[in-house]
Design a binder for this molecule. Structure first.
Ligand code: LLP
Length: 432
């Protein structure tokens, strides 16, 4: 069999997971090798994909010198963060824990932006003492708290207001953030007034303006609409003597999850942003997560049992060793993840399968109605699992979280060992 791919490319970049001689590979590593060495379920990532996606965004915006602050929440493994730190990325964090991670991964504090609606006093103090680049402030109450912590610590806080432009990102309601009805950001109509009081506050240093309207956005249009509203506010502020250094457009660029999904038009998006920013001196910041990592990862799982239908019209179940505690996206957002055999793609007979995990919930599925030929012991790859996969996994049903593996060319290494049940019990046992 020649080389072939199952997922539409995110861009013009080569696909990281391809069939070679009938075996699915990550870059040049055959996936069965990883399954045999590390066991299943296991997350497998392609370093080359992460690097290429990063360069793709950079290039689409040239000659603008964009700062890409990787949204850590998408995939927060330290080795993944190190890849982006080495590429020169900044980081978008949403917790003190994520700040610890990026510092451990070698981030420069001034390249870190801190988003999120619920920053605690401890988190604010930690970030102020670390000297991060900017707080993306999401409410009046947060601005007050930030100002008072900055005064107490004697360290003026660098600030952007995250404005909510009331733009429909056209995405799943759970990951839409730029509507008035969402909890995020400061209504754009109220932001000017708040900028005025922030400008007069000696404990705050105004740096920029920020917005993030949602995730898995499939066309540039809503992002550009949000940009226009934000720029109108930037102009009104300038007329009022308030000048900002940067504009942060958040993340949100979508990726294909199915073979026939159209890719987000990065070239068009880049051109539109360049046009909108022409003649301005604003620095551009972005917070991409999914685009950089989603299609650079698969969740590798093995079939434990087949439970074929016992009567006509009843479903066929394939029970695999990965579950909703590993990949919750299908259960939570009804998300589609392409599932394919790692070897034997030509196997027959093809039937319609419900690919499910061992967790005791009917919501525990990885894919419904998949046309596949399956046998117990077969390895399956669940695609597009590099973003919001491991990062959202849990220990539900006391299932240890899976290992993570990074592929680099023809070699691979474990970047997070598989948890043990002892690991899970440790926090509940009396100290020795
Ligand atoms: N910046 C902020 C402030 C965000 O809240 C997010 C994502 C990002 C950047 C990165 O967005 P991205 O480029 O990845 O679209 N768990 C969901 C996605 C939640 C996204 C939350 N915020 C999923 O699995 O689809």
């Amino acid at each position: 069999m020649s080389n072939s791919t199952t997922i539409a490319a995110d861009s013009a970049n080569p696909a990281p997971f391809t069939h070679r001689e009938g075996v699915l590979h990550a870059e040049a590593v055959a996936l069965p090798r990883i399954a045999e060495n590390v066991g299943t379920p296991v997350w497998v990532y392609s370093r080359a994909h992460f690097e290429r996606q990063y360069q793709t965004l950079k290039e689409a915006l040239q000659p603008l010198d964009v700062r890409l602050c990787y949204a850590v929440k998408a995939n927060s493994n330290l080795s993944v963060l190190r890849i982006f730190a080495e590429l020169g990325a900044g980081f978008d964090i949403v917790s003190g824990g994520e700040l610890m991670r990026v510092l451990e991964a070698g981030a420069k504090p001034q390249d870190v932006v801190f988003s999120g609606v619920g920053k605690t006093v401890e988190e604010i103090d930690f970030a102020l003492k670390t000297g991060i680049g900017c707080f993306n402030v999401e409410s009046v109450a947060e601005l007050d708290r930030l100002s008072s912590r900055a005064r107490i610590l004697g360290r003026p806080a660098p600030v952007s207001l995250r404005v909510n432009p009331d733009v429909d990102a056209g995405t799943h309601p759970y990951i839409s953030t730029g509507l008035r009805s969402n909890k995020f950001g400061i209504p754009i109509t109220a932001a000017h007034e708040l900028y005025r009081s922030a400008a007069a506050d000696r404990n705050l240093v105004l740096r920029g303006i920020d917005c993030h309207i949602g995730s898995q956005i499939l066309s540039p249009a809503p992002l550009i609409e949000a940009l226009s509203s934000v720029l109108a506010l930037v102009d009104a502020l300038a007329a009022d003597g308030i000048t900002l250094q940067h504009i942060d457009l958040g993340g949100g660029i979508g990726v294909p999850y199915r073979a026939d999904d159209a890719a987000f038009d990065v070239t068009r998006w880049g051109a539109d942003i360049r046009a909108a920013l022409a003649g301005r001196t604003l620095d551009l910041v972005l917070e991409p997560g999914r685009f950089l990592v989603a299609n650079g990862g698969v969740l590798l799982t093995r079939i434990e049992y087949l439970k074929p239908a016992s009567e006509p019209e009843a479903p066929n179940f394939a029970i695999v060793d990965a579950a909703m505690n590993d990949l919750i996206r299908p259960a939570l957002y009804d998300a589609w993840h392409t599932i394919e055999r790692v070897t034997g793609a030509d196997a027959t007979p093809i039937k319609q399968w419900q690919v499910v995990g061992p967790v005791c919930e009917s919501g525990d599925f990885l894919g419904h109605d998949r046309e596949l030929a399956l046998e117990p012991g077969a390895l399956l790859a669940v695609h597009s699992a590099g973003a919001y996969g491991m990062a959202q996994s849990s220990n539900y049903n006391t299932r240890p979280r899976a290992a993570e593996v990074l592929v680099e060319g023809d070699s691979f290494r474990v970047i997070r060992r598989r948890e043990t049940i002892r690991d899970l019990l440790a926090a509940e046992l009396p100290e020795a």
